[in-house]
Design a binder for this molecule. Structure first.
Ligand code: AHR
Length: 640
């Protein structure tokens, strides 16, 4: 088999080609990327008086706990408090503890910043806070706090453990001396416990997860959803203005994925994070629809045309808040007050999410209402539509967000879907995609029906095949995002996901490595190859590119078949004298203690990892290369 790579450049590769779609799903934000360690820290989105309102909390030595709104909360946004009643006739330490997001990582050398509000009219003694093992009782760090009185007082302090806990079965414990507190009622609110964060940002990101994202060098960050933008009702939609400012000002909301969102990870945190990554934000704005029941689309609440204006105005305010020059408006001043003086760069606005589920109102008035009003105010912005590509919109869309969750074969076939696409100026964002199943009738069904629990090598190779088509046609596909991104293994709603984690672990999937291999090895132009591509009956998919800054050449190849394939590679320009290969493949290239696993799982977290190697190039215009069965390879060559 021959593949000739020429110096002819076919298309410029947009700098936005690879990135992420983000929403709080699977505890990806709260309990995940957002580094806060305490779950249910401010009793947001819960019903006072219920046992469920106490999730994440438990009594220690017989204190009575309840969530109440009968006392004034720490702020108007946070009306719920924790009431702790100390029984009479108790002695010794008594109190309560938070179990974190299914565990708390305690690391020697880290400084943890903790805080909470407390008040009591019946207790004025000292309060002890600690990080403690729930299994052995070992105390890793402790602080004694004084000064509680009848008015809310915030206590802020640090833990500096000098031992690393052997596991994450640790709690954040608050106690008082029972003898001093017999019969007392003590109220608490707005707790927080932060480890060090990525780049030291206050209210920032969990370091290992953030570093894993950053290592793939994403260049777009679509947020805040996804379904989680939309809310189950208009009022529970993601509201930008309730996610900014001091965390005490953020009421939180019932997210679309069945757990409350603290909104600690809010608009400014997302924008800072995108900047830290070097990624362009793709800002999803709420477009007048909430999600009710997927099996009953007619029940979805759509805002009627004559009631839409306040929501359009709200989106305009959000964009003013993000982009107004420093000091030029009240919203710019508010942004500065909340820590950011200069405006953020913003080009892309996505109008809604998956509005193909309600295309009629989208085409009739919702798209038009948002696009015409926002572009009148911000003529430089570019808009992404979220319907089926065939939907006619006014104004006609120039960019569209297309989603696909499917079996491997769909991705093999779709590797060619843009080869003959009309070059009419319309650009695509493949804003959510993943191999989710091995069974076409269960793309998003149950695991028993073929749904993947974790991304498999077969799926990752299929995604890579598709990605060669995206990159080859990146004059049409301007951006892409595997989705969803994170999965807390103790509470998730969707699989597979690109990374899985617990309080103390992180598993990068085969799909993660494919994203990293493609994104971190980017050309600036696609190089012409002969043949350009084959058809889907041939198991090899490829794309070649050149980086005009580094003069490197990349050949990305996915072999989705079950046989090794040798390519006779030739070049009409000299390369050499050695190349490097990154290969993601089955054992024996990646042997995990002799165990074969088709995916990286909690049991075999590193069954499939990329392997790098170097090889000598004797003839600078040609060499043979073997692409292993079911593998993804990136060859990097220097152009002489
Ligand atoms: O990625 C998970 C969900 O899939 C997104 O929230 C939604 O946009 C899509 O249906």
């Amino acid at each position: 088999l021959n593949l000739r790579i020429t110096k002819n450049k076919t298309v410029d590769i947009p700098s936005t080609l690879y990135g992420y779609m983000w929403e709080d799903i699977n505890q990806s934000g709260d309990g995940g990327l957002y580094a806060e360690l305490l779950q249910n820290r401010a009793f947001q989105g819960v019903i006072p008086g219920t046992q469920a309102a106490l999730f994440g909390w438990q009594p220690f030595q017989g204190a009575w706990l309840s969530v109440t709104s009968d006392t004034q909360g720490v702020s108007s946004a946070l009306p719920n408090s924790l009431e702790v009643d100390i029984p009479s006739f108790v002695n010794g330490p008594i109190g309560f503890e938070n179990t974190g997001y299914w565990g708390i990582k305690v690391q020697s050398g880290w400084t943890y910043t903790a805080s909470f509000y407390a008040k009591s009219s019946t207790f004025s003694g000292s309060i002890t806070a600690s990080l403690t093992s729930s299994t052995t009782g070992q105390v890793f760090s402790t602080q004694t706090l004084k000064g509680i009185n009848s008015k809310w007082k915030q206590f802020t302090f640090q833990f500096t453990p000098n031992t690393t806990a052997p596991d994450t079965e640790n709690v954040f414990r608050i106690t008082v001396n029972g003898a001093d507190a017999q019969g007392a009622s003590i109220f608490f609110g707005m707790f927080s416990l932060f480890p060090p964060t990525f780049r030291g940002r206050e209210n920032g990101m969990r370091i290992d997860l953030a570093e894993a994202f950053a290592a793939t060098r994403p260049s777009v960050w679509r947020f805040p959803g996804g379904n989680n933008l939309e809310g189950g009702s208009w009022d529970t939609r993601w509201k930008w203005n309730e996610t900014i400012g001091p965390i005490e000002n953020r009421p939180g909301r019932i997210g679309d994925w069945s757990y409350p969102n603290t909104d600690g990870l809010g608009l400014l945190e997302y924008l800072n994070w995108a900047e830290d990554l070097g990624a362009e934000p793709i800002l999803g704005i709420w477009a007048g629809i909430s999600i009710a029941n997927y099996s009953e689309l007619s029940s979805w609440p759509v805002v009627p045309e004559d009631e839409l204006k306040p929501y359009v105005d709200d989106a305009i305010n959000e964009i003013h808040f993000i982009t107004d020059p420093a000091g030029s408006s009240d919203l710019a001043k508010l942004r500065e007050q909340y820590g950011r003086k200069e405006p953020y760069a913003l080009t892309f606005i996505e109008v809604g999410n998956e509005d193909q589920f309600q295309p009629d109102s989208y085409a009739a008035y919702r798209w038009n209402a948002f696009v015409s009003a926002i572009s009148a105010e911000f003529p430089h912005l570019e808009f992404l539509a979220t319907t089926q590509p065939s939907t006619a919109l006014n104004p006609a869309y120039k960019r569209i967000d297309f989603h696909q969750y499917a079996v491997p074969q769909w991705f093999h076939d779709a590797a060619f879907m843009f080869d003959d696409y009309p070059r009419n100026g319309t650009k695509w964002f493949i804003g959510e995609y993943a191999v989710t199943s091995t069974n076409t009738s269960c793309n998003l069904g149950a695991i028993s029906c073929g749904r993947l629990a974790f991304p498999t090598l077969e799926g990752a190779a299929a995604e890579a095949a598709f990605m060669t088509g995206m990159e080859r046609n990146s004059d049409v596909v301007f951006a892409s995002a595997y989705a969803p991104s994170l999965q807390h293994l103790r509470n998730f709603q969707w699989s597979p996901d690109i990374m899985s984690f617990t309080a103390g672990t992180l598993i990068k999937s085969a799909s993660y490595f494919v994203q990293q291999m493609f994104s971190a090895n980017r050309g600036t132009q696609v190089l012409e190859t002969t043949p350009a591509s084959t058809n889907d009956s041939f198991p090899l998919f490829w794309v070649a590119s050149h980086n005009n800054k580094t003069n490197a050449m990349f050949l990305k190849v996915s072999n989705v078949g079950s046989d090794d394939i040798v390519f006779d590679l030739s070049f009409d320009f000299p390369v050499g004298g050695f190349g490097t290969a990154i290969t993601l493949a089955n054992p024996p290239l990646t042997v995990n203690s002799g165990v074969f696993s088709v995916a990286n799982t909690p049991e075999y977290p590193e069954a499939i990892v990329p392997v790098s190697s170097a090889f000598a190039i004797v003839d600078p215009t040609k060499f043979n290369y073997t692409f292993p069965a079911q593998s993804v390879t990136v060859l990097s060559l220097s152009v002489k």
